[in-house]
Ligand binder design. Sequence first.
Ligand SMILES: *Cc1c(COP(=O)(O)O)cnc(C)c1O
Length: 968
Amino acid sequence: MTDRPSLASLGAASPFSRRHIGPSAHDVATMLEVVGQPSVEELLTAALPATIRLTGPDATLDLPPALSEPEATEQLRHLAARNRPMTQMIGLGYYGTITPPVVRRNVLESPAWYTAYTPYQPEISQGRLEALLNFQTVVSDLTGLPVSGASLLDEATAAAEAMTLARRAGKKLGTDTFVVDADIHPQTLAVLQTRAEPLGIRVLVSDLAELPDEPYFGLLLQYPGSSGALRDPSALIAAAHERGALVTVAADLLGLCLLKSPAELGADIAVGSAQRFGVPLGFGGPHAGYMAVAEKLARSLPGRLVGVSRDAAGAPAYRLALQTREQHIRREKATSNICTAQVLLAVMAGAYAVWHGPEGLRQIALRTHRMTAVLAAGLRQLPGATVATDAFFDTVRVTVPGRADDVLATAAAAGVNLLRVDADTVGVSCDETTTVEHLRAVWTAVGSDSTAFDVSGLDVSTLDVQTADAIPDTLVRTSGYLEHPVFAEHRSETAMLRYLRRLSDRDYALDRGMIPLGSCTMKLNATTEMEPVSWPEFANIHPFAPVEQTAGYGAMIGDLERWLAEVTGYDAVSLQPNAGSQGEFAGLLAIRSYHRGRGETHRDVCLIPSSAHGTNAASAVMAGLRVAVVACDDAGNVDLSDLRAKIDAHRDDLAALMVTYPSTHGVYEETITEVCALVHDAGGQVYVDGANLNALLGFAKPGKFGADVSHLNLHKTFCIPHGGGGPGIGPVAVRSHLAPYLPNHPLRADAGPATGPGPVSAAPWGSAGILPVPWVYLRLMGAEGLVAATGAAVLAANYVAARLRDHFPVLYAGTGGLVAHECILDLRPLTKSTGVTVDDVAKRLIDYGFHAPTMSFPVAGTLMVEPTESEDLAELDRFCDAMIAIRAEIASVADGTWPADDNPLVNAPHTATMVTGEWEHPYARDLGAYPAGRTADKYWPPVRRIDGAFGDRNLVCSCPAPEAFATT
Ligand SMILES: *Cc1c(COP(=O)(O)O)cnc(C)c1O
């Protein structure tokens, strides 16, 4: 006998949940003591209402057992192997592209970029704000329209946003008709129709041989057309303007490098996708959608807009501009429900343009066009084929009577995907990745039935010499673009690497420290979860590739739908919505369709508690519902008597209640089951906003405690990184009676029920390319790991609340003084007595090396803290210590030690320039810069406090001239 450990005991690797969860067993014991609970189990029993707590066999989630990291990767490799990456010449708005490796590794695969939060704290976000300004400049230059936003969700939803923008602007025209080019991408048309129907907008599809002879508020053109055809739309645009309509051009950014810009054609709005600027296909997403508008529409732009302002020292500094800062905060008056967008992908697209510069982009566009011209010239020589497109940029249609399926099959056998338009027609699109071999494969496939013609006889050089360009003279671009120095200065890889590093070094992301943002769940985004995103088997799949090439995605989607249904207690899940906001819209549409299906079309009122996230009300309006606000009581809970009154008032027309659980106040409301029952009794449906699922997983299921539908935020609870403001996935989960009304897709019959209301995203599974993240997370954690994570998250929030309660009042708490997974610190009394604001505290936290908590949501004048399960005790303590020290600083303002207008709080954050220059403040430089003690790891903000209002008065939202940064 020996006392050495057995092989069996050594073999069992410790579960990954111990890496995902920050606090050790020892930390947990310490934290429980502070919270005053004997165990995590008992903490949850005390905090969570017994009525919703899972018990008995239900309490065990039916999920596959946890795997180690290598095992999970191995399993995923099996799924990946069932996808077939091909040369994708399908087009329809999705094209092959080469992600510059320097961008892939240093942006897409870099935690400094992907773990960042939305830049609401601009002083610590200057790097990504500059990167987004680059993106805006690219879009603005190429479209010719002066104001571009910092990304929308995809081209189709951007077109839908343009439609509603045009309608608001054209109210006085008194018409509900929106005219759409028949040569639009089919998924764009389908999304427009989904979005138009509840708003009473009539989508009139026209071949635009001439404009309809009736009033319309807007016109949408595809440029070049989905078929590839290029037409000069200037006359149509002028005619539409005559009628008072706004004109939107859905334009291809690479095409615009050679084509007259939408602005030069007369357009008011341009929309589209930046996918082919270096962002992998990913089976449809995530990619950055874009929108640019004429100056007069700047204030109506949906989504976020980055602008230039100045800091306290007068230096130029970036921040989110105008009311677009957070559109949906305007609730039912919002112009859009967009919250999470596609920031990481917009950063990539901007970086792609910086890397290539205007000449590089022009060369890629020229080469793409030449390839297409040569392709068409070869096709014209093939017997039995007719090229149906004369003027084009990168896409042609070929008529092959009765042979489309054969041609597609032959091309696929050679590794090339083409578009099947109908039985007689195929579409072919070229792109940056197209080679002469690909042209040959297409020629061979199209010419395959002919024995009389030898395709190998086609000579590319001869065709090239003999074939003219196919861009009409009137559409040839003569105006310049990307003339700002940033698009010329980073051409060597060394320079580019350093530029990207310099930008990310200006920012504070999760790779530096805690981001305690209430409602946003900034937890670990594990490396093993992230790695597969760039595997070619996931990255290089076209969203409209044949089903048999996407079996790996299919299996992964099936797994996730099943697992997410299991953990939420619902019956069916759609992964199509590409943000929480879109999941909300899809869920509300399901409710609307359900009532209509039962002949109750009059049910159109959506009750929303006053504490709700702004997207809720904005989504309700988009779904054609009228919003009625339900009050909250002093304890922050839904006011039951007001709820009863509102239900009574709307008994006949009640469609739904939309409630967040646990509430945005960070408490588990005891009355949730009663709330659900009241709504059901009145014939309404219950929508539970699932953004806070991190407080429930494994302990309660919305689908079992009374809700009919929820969206989840996979970029919160399920580890998809925030990316600085996107990407996200907002799946919608429903009980069986709503399942027939989940989103579907015209180009993928298996993407949803035939009875559904249409698609809410351009791609059948929205942001499919990042689905490996939640898949790996669930495989690594297993049921026990998820339960442990929820317990640790709730414990951490209660620990922070317990440590800070004596210094800042914790605004709301549930039974036993316990909070859920987040807590609200009330600064209003201090602000009143000392003048120190939440802003001052948030900026001072930067000096202490933290990202501020959520400011003034859901209650103005407060900070909402959500530590998540991933922060260890040392980091939680560092944060609590900083907050307590800040409280002492506030006391020094209160007692007159420091004047109200010159103290470390109002002057925060302190930059290196500031503390090494002249110093005339009534406190030491060291206290300004190193309040938590001197440390080599100090994060230095690159700018001082930013004056947002100045920038709004002087709107600049593309790259400022370098002189703006001159220091003398
Ligand atoms: C984040 C959030 C949303 C919106 O989700 P997005 O993905 O940003 O669109 C909705 N409700 C709540 C409570 C949230 O926290």
